[in-house]
Design a protein around this ligand. Structure first.
Ligand code: GLN
Length: 486
């Protein structure tokens, strides 16, 4: 029984060929097997999930179907809370934390009838690009288990890529949904800033963080986003707009649509030529479907990585101040006084990358350096947004590679954080400017998946999904499954 994609699961449930309980049993078996071998799944709630599935089956028998997600299993990145369940952020400091409340995603998924199976591996506090900065050990790419999954939402990407669940949620602060999606050959979407409530998402960088779906297809991403989007008064950055109708926007029609190719994303010393070739091939496919290609300029591209790492670390140093051993998680033992308790709790609780970022962020916010770094970064951020505003006068979507290369070997970059930071060049702008972005599988290079990134105007998820769906109707990259698939 395959039933790996959300669409297949939905069809089988609708046709009464399978029950939600059976789907959850299957997903649990896969999660315990492949999911554990690949380091993707870090916690399961088998009993609760089976009970919820029985509830879904009963609803279905009574003719009540809450959404296209009804009865389908899902995993959450381990930074979204659910009542009575652990949330670790893959950090020692939260190793024993159990949430006293449901976050917005747990509520929304339940309201949509989906079944939360458990938690997916990630980089500690979502800081990283490889899912190696994790107390659970690295996640492994199902296409080649010696390679990284990307990150920080690597476990969620693997869950979908390896066919453990049909969809998963991740969070994206600078690419953490789109980049692992590209590495693992699945669709990953970062909605516009404010589109999805972050109530119950452990904050990394609050002006950048956004939750979004992993799926195989753009159509499935539309279903998930319709279910999780919408205003939430408990998140002060949540947009007042109602959740958009997205599936109805998937017309398959891209005639006359203007695709902007930023010249800065296609320079010679940029992405791996094999990656560029796959992305160019995808653009040609859209052209033959009637889209028009125009060149656009994003002149501040050379500054986006430094801008992102100033803003993100500054906000992280502030957000992570709350983990002090008093209110949350781990507290050091046998301490003499309060200062020592703070120091040791944090020193023992945080990993290397998180400490590096807290130090960097504290530095850029400190009195003597604030103007030179933090304020300057905010000014450049405004310029980056201006680049996109101008580019979107000439085009409807912007297309380029999601990441400059395909998945690299586990361990290869651990001693060189700057090389990882530089790899975020194509993804961080969407976060800095608040734009929606999606990564869609568009080919292979060195036997590994390549992702094409489509960026849209703020709040225009509908056009992104329409383009991604039109591409998938004409191609079959999203139907390829890795050898390690369940
Ligand atoms: N790779 C980026 C970083 O390490 C993105 C992280 C994210 O989006 N959470 O900051």
């Amino acid at each position: 029984m395959k039933l790996q994609s959300l669409e297949e699961q939905r069809a089988a449930l609708d046709a009464s060929e399978v029950s939600s309980v059976e789907l959850v049993e299957l997903a649990l078996t896969r999660a315990e097997g492949t999911g554990t071998d690949l380091g993707a799944i870090v916690g399961l709630r088998a009993e609760a999930a089976l009970a919820a599935a029985a509830g879904s089956d009963a609803r279905r028998r009574a003719g009540e179907i809450r959404s296209p997600l009804e009865g389908a299993p899902v995993v959450l990145k381990d930074n979204m809370v659910q009542k009575g369940e652990p949330t670790t952020c893959a950090s020692r400091i939260l190793e024993s934390f159990v949430s006293p409340y449901d976050g917005a995603m747990a509520e929304k998924l339940e309201a949509a009838g989906a079944i939360i199976l458990g938690r997916a591996n990630m980089d500690e506090f979502a800081m990283g690009s490889t899912t190696e900065n994790s107390i659970f050990g690295p996640a492994r790419n199902p296409w080649d288990t010696s390679r990284t999954t990307g990150g920080s939402s690597g476990g969620s990407a693997v869950a979908v890529s390896a066919g453990i669940t049909g969809f998963a949620l991740g969070s994206d602060t600078g690419g953490s949904i789109r980049q692992p999606a590209s590495f693992c050959g699945v669709v990953g979407m970062k909605p516009s800033y404010g589109r999805v409530s972050r109530w119950g998402l452990v904050a990394f960088a609050s002006s950048l963080d956004q939750i979004g779906p992993f799926t195989h297809s753009a159509r499935e991403a539309a279903w998930v986003l319709e279910a999780i989007a919408g205003h939430d008064a408990r998140d002060s950055t949540s947009l007042p707009e109602p959740a958009p109708a997205l599936e109805s926007a998937l017309t398959g029609d891209v005639k006359g649509l203007r695709i902007g190719l930023p010249r800065e994303y296609f320079v010679d010393e940029g992405a791996d030529p094999g990656v560029v070739e796959a992305v160019r091939g995808a653009v040609s496919e859209l052209e033959s479907a009637g889209a028009k290609v125009v060149e656009v300029a994003l002149p501040h591209t050379p500054y986006v990585v430094s801008t992102y790492y100033l803003v993100a670390t500054a906000e992280a140093s502030s957000n992570l101040a709350r983990f002090d051993g008093v209110r949350y998680g781990r507290r050091a033992e046998n301490v003499q006084d309060l200062d020592e308790m703070y120091k040791r709790s944090r020193s023992e609780g945080f990993g290397r990358e998180v400490k590096r970022r807290i130090l960097l962020g504290t530095y850029v916010l400190s009195a003597g350096y604030f103007d030179a770094y933090y304020r300057k970064a905010q000014q450049v951020r405004t310029l980056v947004r201006g680049d996109f505003d101008r580019a979107f006068e000439a085009c409807d979507v912007i297309i380029g590679p999601t990441y400059p290369e395909v998945a690299f070997p586990i361990g290869a970059r651990m001693d060189d954080p700057v090389s990882l930071y530089l790899g975020d060049i194509y993804t961080v702008s969407a976060n800095l400017a608040g734009l929606p972005g999606i990564s869609v599988p568009c080919g292979q290079h060195q036997g590994m998946p390549v992702g094409m990134q489509v960026l849209g105007r703020p709040l225009d998820e509908a056009t992104l999904l329409r383009v991604a769906d039109a591409f998938q109707r004409r191609t079959d990259h999203h139907e390829h499954r890795p050898p390690g698939s369940a």
